[in-house]
Design a protein around this ligand. Structure first.
Ligand code: ADP
Length: 219
């Protein structure tokens, strides 16, 4: 299989981290920044490093980007440059363009001009850190999105001895129980008539804010 090819514009902390991680994972990476020192520093880590202005259409058209699998635009301090670069790389035919943004309004604009994905790394990491701090007593959690998680959950005391049907967790808490761990046995895809005891561990998919509330009730 051919190696995937990505271009990263802007080598601030986020762009640098994306570019070097892609390169270390075996992808072909072209890193672009208008700061010469950054280009020198990353030159030995990525496949190509080019000092260029990401908003300069002539330069961009010489970089041979049309066959790239994706572009990352990480210059969120400069909305105008991010908008220009997004438009230019979409025009060059890059199928997936991910852009770092600072505000919801910036995200809206970037999506309007063709960004396939807009991220807010600081905000998203802050939410995840807070969430993980609150979730201290959950044994394990996988964030499925910024609003939903798959996790192991200890049942509330009042759930002891009740069936899933009685508890009606899906409509009461929008909580999907996809497994019940009893001792070392895992009951995958439990029936509505299956009972929960207080020593079980439930494997659930639910909204983070509701899972937080259940954790607080449990304490
Ligand atoms: P962010 O806040 O999105 O993480 P930073 O401001 O930390 O980004 O870094 C942005 C990087 O992008 C800097 O290294 C800067 O030199 C580079 N940069 C900014 N504007 C341009 C541009 N028009 N073309 C190329 N590189 C740029």
């Amino acid at each position: 299989m051919d190696k995937k090819e990505f271009v990263v514009f802007g080598l601030g902390r986020f762009g640098w981290s994306v570019a070097t991680t892609l390169a270390e994972s075996g992808c072909e990476v072209l890193a672009v920044d208008d700061n010469e020192d950054k280009i020198k520093d990353i030159a030995d880590i990525v496949t190509y490093a080019v000092k260029a202005d990401a908003t300069d259409s002539e330069t961009l058209s010489t970089l041979g980007l049309s066959n790239f699998d994706g572009a990352v635009i990480a210059m969120s301090e400069d909305l105008e440059a991010s908008v220009m670069a997004t438009i230019l790389v979409k025009e060059l035919g890059i199928p997936y363009v991910l852009v770092k943004a600072q505000t919801d309004l910036h995200a809206k604009i970037l999506k309007k001009v063709g960004a396939d994905m807009v991220v807010f790394p600081e905000k998203e990491t802050g939410m995840r850190v807070a969430h993980n701090l609150i979730m201290g007593n959950f044994f394990d959690a996988v964030e499925l999105s910024s609003t939903y998680s798959l996790m192991e959950l200890e049942p509330l005391d009042e759930w002891d001895g009740k069936s899933l049907k009685d508890l009606n967790l899906r409509s009461r808490y929008k909580l999907n129980v996809i497994g019940i761990k009893q001792d070392d046995e895992l009951n995958i895809n439990p029936d509505a008539d299956d009972y929960i005891t207080k020593n079980d561990v439930l494997i659930v998919i639910g909204k983070n804010e509701i899972l937080n509330k259940l954790k607080i009730l449990k304490n």
